[in-house]
Every structure is written in C-alpha cells, then in structure tokens.
Design a protein around this ligand. Structure first.
Ligand code: UD1
Length: 421
C-alpha cells in the first residue's frame, strides 16, 4: 500500500485573533527525559508536548529497558535498577539530541555506548566539546565502529572550560557531574532557560547545582539521586513562531503560558520592528496593525537572539518594509529554507553567514519543502501572506517540534489545513 503523506495547505490569512496555549519546551523535556536515567524510580513529567521528538526519546529510553507512558501532557517514566547503556544508530540518526544520554549513562553505570550522530541540514555538528568535558571528569573515551564508548569507574569533579557555550554539552556535563565525586565548575556554560530547567530538575532529584542560567555553573557531586515530579517550562521557540505569525498576518493574539522573561531580546527586536508586545499575568500579548519595518538580526547564544528563531525572523523580514541583514553565528549552512522562500517570491540573497532580506509587499503561493523543524514552521508562517495557495510538504519535520501546529493556527483564524498528498 502506498504510504499516505501529509502536507500543510495555506491560504492568505489575517488578521489573526485569539489565544494560543504554549506547550512545554522541546529542548527542555528531551534532556529531562535523559536525566531520568540517573536514578531508578517513577518520574512524573508535566507539560510535555505531544511531538515526534518526545516519541523518539521515549523510544530510545524504551530500547534501554525503561518504561514510558504519555497520557495527555503527562509523561510517566519508570526507570529500573538496570538499564542497557546504549543508544543505537537508528535512533541517534533520527534525533541528534539523543547524545544527551551519554552523561547520565556514564555517571550512573560507568559505561555508555552512543552512536555518533551524522551531519544534518545545519552543517556538521561535532560532539568534541561534550567528549573533552567528559574526559575532564575522568572518563576514558574511544570511538569504535561508529560508536562513542565512554567508561569511568568513578567520575571526578573538575574545572571545565567549554570552548563554546554548547547547550547539549553543558547539559551532558551537568548530568554527569551531578553523580561525580567532588566539585565541578563549568565555565563558559550555556545560559539557555532549558539548561536552567534541567538543573532545576536535577536539583529536585537531589543534585547540588548552583549558577545554572549563568555562564559559571558549580556542581557539588552527590552519591545518589531520586525520582521526582517536574513541570517543563514553556517553549520559547513555539511562542516565537506565533509571534511571527501575527507579525506576518497582522492581528492581536495572546500566548497563554509563555515566559516573556525567556524572550527578552526577541521581544525587543520585534518591538523595534513595530510589533506591540507586552507581558500579561500568564503569558504574552502581541498586536500588529501595520506592516512591520525591517531590522538587522544576529544570532548568538542566550540571551542573544536564538538561532532557532532565525528562519521565523527571515520569514517576517521577507514581507517587512525595508532591508534587513541576518547573520548566523552558530551554525554553518543554516539557510536552506531561503531557497524555498525565494521560490515564493521573497527577495533574499545569502553570502556565507549572512542573508540580505529585502521585504516585498506580498509573496506568492508555491509548493515548498520543509527542510527542518523551525524552517518548516517559518514557511507555513510566510505563506499566510502569500497570494493563492501554498503547499508545504515534508511536514514530518514540523511534527518533530510542534504540538498541533495547524490546530493552534486555525484557532486564531489562519486558513491552514493538513491535507493528504
Ligand atoms: C541546541 C538545541 C538547538 C539549538 C542550539 C543552539 C537542543 C536539543 N537543541 O543544539 O535547537 O539550535 O542548541 O542554540 O537543545 N559545537 C561543536 N562541538 C560540540 C558541540 C557543539 O563544535 O561538541 C558547535 C556546533 O557545531 C554549533 C555550536 O557549537 O556551531 C552550537 O551548538 P550547540 O549549542 O551544541 O547546539 P546543540 O546543543 O546541538
């Protein structure tokens, strides 16, 4: 039987009005799930989005012998006394973030075998920073037949200086150092809110972590951790996606549950472009009643403008008034979706790490392919201002990171639907 594939069909929309509930953060829950490997017991994780990446991480934990159940937005994870400390290639290949099981497996079982991730659309993404930091904690690391094999009878606290504030490397070290003997100080640590959420989860489990959310984190190793209950922070990139939607299509929306304090720099940029934006008791309100003005944007580690926001900002700039220069400072080759936007009539030139976006009044609908999670969402958002119909295919990428994306857009009045192709 031929496989049924789905696409998202978008027609011109706006103004958008209403409330969008923001789901739990993908980049937080994946690490919290990995951290359950640090101690046996039953964990309750709340505000967990129903997205494909969570299902892949659940599959990975299950392959290790862990039981996972996802009911509503609550994930129950049951970790036993013994676990198979291995992440197979099929799963790591599907999701690079699987590499965050390395730290907890090594710390608790003294051994971890994790398949080496391949490249992706973002260009090469090595894990050398993770491996050097774990070696600093006393791990012996070798690569054999496509696997990283890490061993350590007892990890020892150390001072670690990361070459770059890598998010997942910081998280691997946090998890490993929690069960190390002695004190670990991580310098040049990633400051993302998702790193702080993981640290909050680990501290609930009994870890002693200070300074998460800043660039120096201190971890006092403990002998034992325990299973706990935790609620995941809201997804700032999902929130940014709906802000981009109102920016492109106009209107007035409220993002219920969003954390404006995790999105300061983005809110400043959007304000500069002409979006009215304000915190509410339980989220964020945004209104756009005119064509936005172009600005220049550079991606940076937190608290800078996140690289994950970039495709959304390029979509916004492609219909804004003026010219904006977008500079990517984190990943090479993260401009693949630009070709798709150009096919929709956007005026964008890329040169190395830069994109020059000259806003046009309107795009024109065309069949386009989602190249990755955020760029896929950005294409859907841009299509809200495209004449005619736009068919976005390869939407499995969008499903990896967005819960009910189409339903949430429909609820604020966007003319979007999932169709079979
Ligand atoms: C995480 C996020 C991703 C986000 C990114 C940057 C998750 C699951 N993913 O990815 O959505 O876009 O942060 O905010 O949380 N690097 C090395 N060697 C390493 C590790 C990283 O050279 O060992 C480089 C990368 O190639 C890249 C930069 O460091 O240029 C940043 O990567 P990093 O912060 O590690 O991104 P991820 O943690 O993979």
């Amino acid at each position: 039987m031929p496989e049924v594939r789905e696409a998202i069909l978008v027609r011109p929309s706006g103004p958008l009005t209403g409330t969008v509930p923001i789901s739990g953060a993908k980049n937080s829950v994946l690490k919290v799930m990995a951290a359950t490997l640090l101690a046996p017991g039953t964990y309750t994780i709340r505000n967990v989005p129903r997205i494909e990446d969570v299902a892949i991480m659940a599959e990975l934990l299950e392959a290790m012998g862990v039981t996972v159940a996802h009911v509503g937005d609550v994930l129950t994870v049951d970790v036993g006394e013994s676990v198979i400390p291995e992440a197979p290639y099929e799963l790591v290949e599907k999701m690079r973030a699987s590499v965050v099981v390395l730290g907890p497996l090594l710390a608790r079982f003294g051994e971890a075998r994790v398949a080496l991730p391949g490249g992706d659309d973002f260009g090469s993404r090595p894990i050398d920073i993770h491996l050097r930091a774990l070696a600093d904690l006393g791990a012996h690391i070798e690569t054999k037949r496509g696997f990283v094999i890490a061993r350590a009878e007892q990890l020892l606290g150390a001072r670690i200086i990361l070459d770059f504030p890598s998010v997942t490397a910081t998280e691997n070290v946090l998890m490993a150092a929690s069960l190390a003997k002695g004190t670990t100080v991580i310098d040049n640590a990633a400051r993302e809110p998702e790193v702080a959420d993981l640290a909050a989860f680990l501290n609930r489990m009994g870890a002693h972590i200070l300074g998460a959310g800043t660039s120096t984190i201190t971890v006092e190793g403990v002998n034992e951790l325990g299973a706990v209950d935790h609620t995941i922070i809201p997804d700032r990139v999902e929130a940014a996606t709906f802000l981009a939607a109102v920016g492109v299509a106009g209107g007035e929306i409220t993002l219920a549950g969003a954390r404006p304090d995790h999105m300061d720099m983005l809110c400043l940029k959007l304000g500069e472009m002409g979006m009215r934006i304000s915190p509410t008791n339980d989220g964020l309100w945004a209104m756009v009643n005119r064509r936005l003005s172009s600005v220049d944007v550079s991606t940076l580690p937190y608290p800078g403008i996140a690289t994950d926001y970039k495709p959304l900002l390029v979509a916004l700039l492609s219909v804004a008034d003026g010219v904006g220069i977008v500079t990517e400072n984190l990943f090479s080759g993260r401009f693949r979706y630009v070709d798709e936007l150009v096919r929709m009539g956007a005026d964008i030139r890329t040169e190395g790490h830069h994109a020059v976006v000259r806003g046009v009044a309107q795009l024109s609908g065309a069949p386009v392919k989602a190249p990755d999670i955020r760029a896929g969402a950005a294409l859907v958002i841009a299509s809200l201002r495209a004449e005619g119909e736009t068919l976005v295919t390869n939407i499995h990428h969008i499903d990896r990171g967005y819960e009910n994306f189409v339903g949430k857009l429909q609820a604020i009045g966007a003319d979007v639907q999932r169709v079979q192709i």
